[in-house]
Design a protein around this ligand. Sequence first.
Ligand SMILES: Nc1ncnc2c1ncn2[C@@H]1O[C@H](COP(=O)(O)OP(=O)(O)O)[C@@H](O)[C@H]1O
Ligand SMILES: [Mg+2]
Length: 255
Amino acid sequence: MGTPLLKTQSLSISFGGVHAVDKVDMEVEKGQVFAIIGPNGAGKTTFFNLVSGYYFPTGGTVTFKGEDITRLKAYERTRRGIGRTFQNIMLFRELSVLDNAMVGLHSRLKSNLIGAFLRTRATREEEERGREEVRELLHFVGLDGHEDNLAKNLPYGMQKRLEIARALATRPELLLLDEPAAGLPTQELSSLVEIIQKIRDRGITVILIEHKMDVVMSISDRIMVLNFGEKIAEGTPEEVRHNQAVIEAYLGKEE
Ligand SMILES: Nc1ncnc2c1ncn2[C@@H]1O[C@H](COP(=O)(O)OP(=O)(O)O)[C@@H](O)[C@H]1O
Ligand SMILES: [Mg+2]
């Protein structure tokens, strides 16, 4: 098996009395599409916030490529190769599509403010290569031709793709997608699934939070199920589908 790409041990956070994530142990192997499912409020997004460094845990550890990153800040984790999208779209609405994607790139560019000010040749070349890379990523998610549009003028589904392109521009080894299919019309689901598969084919490991079960079942190698912050099951799609605890967690809800 080798070292897992991501590993959490007893990872926990509470808000007041609420155990939003409660002693979660999990491992993700490189190259997998790993899904996290569970009822609303189960702690899925909070788990992403712990892995990406937006929250610090009240207990437990996060290990990435064998290194303990539990205390690293979010931007340091981005540089180490953890990219993410957000459940609620977080774009710069008044910036162009291209500039939004460039934001992802800048979070890992070597050049600093002084370099940018002096506009050294190296900086310019790095910018130019970056711009090319970002254009390629926009093409990859199906946004070619929209580079100069303002983000706010894109239809919802394209805004979600732009978030994915921006996250890819940080050159992640691990990409966290928080409900990428939420709110998408049915006819856009298959192209989303295709994009996720192509991301995996690029060698990027994907962890996906998703409610749409057909999406989850069709692309995941493994699935972890959270309920009230606890991991109640993990396995292949087939194993999880027939797991009694999972069936009960879902039957208890209106979904
Ligand atoms: N910053 C926060 N402050 C207080 N409570 C929070 C915070 N973030 C998440 N929670 C709580 O943690 C629980 C899990 O939320 P969340 O991770 O968003 O669930 P999910 O993504 O599975 O729907 C909820 O009870 C939520 O209210
Ligand atoms: Mg959520």
